[in-house]
Design a protein around this ligand. Structure first.
Ligand code: ZN
Length: 101
């Protein structure tokens, strides 16, 4: 067991840093916040569960590694925009890979 693995195994993850980055997409009124969680005791990142992989400008998604949640937001006093000409985002779907002989 490495020193990092040993530190993580004894940590109760009682102090977690929440780091966010608010992004306003260029030439639009679209906002997205990227959120990451990291245990301050052992440095282990947290993985988000239950979100589709990709980017959804009208909802929530997660990075491929699951470590960054991407959440669509907008100022509370403004109405959310209809999709219009803006792309809604992208998503990845798991596929079954065929084994080759
Ligand atoms: Zn920890």
């Amino acid at each position: 067991m490495t020193a990092v693995e040993e530190a993580r195994s004894g940590c109760d993850h009682g102090c977690v840093l929440v780091a966010g980055n608010l992004v306003r997409l260029p030439d639009s009124d679209r906002w997205n916040v990227e959120v990451r969680l990291t245990c301050q005791g052992c440095g282990e990142p947290f993985r988000f569960r239950g979100l589709p992989v990709g980017l959804n400008l009208d909802g929530a998604a997660v990075s491929v590694d699951g470590l960054e949640a991407r959440l669509a937001v907008h100022p509370a006093g403004e109405e959310p925009l209809p999709l219009g000409d803006h792309p809604a985002g992208f998503a990845f779907r798991p596929i079954e890979l065929e084994e080759r002989p």
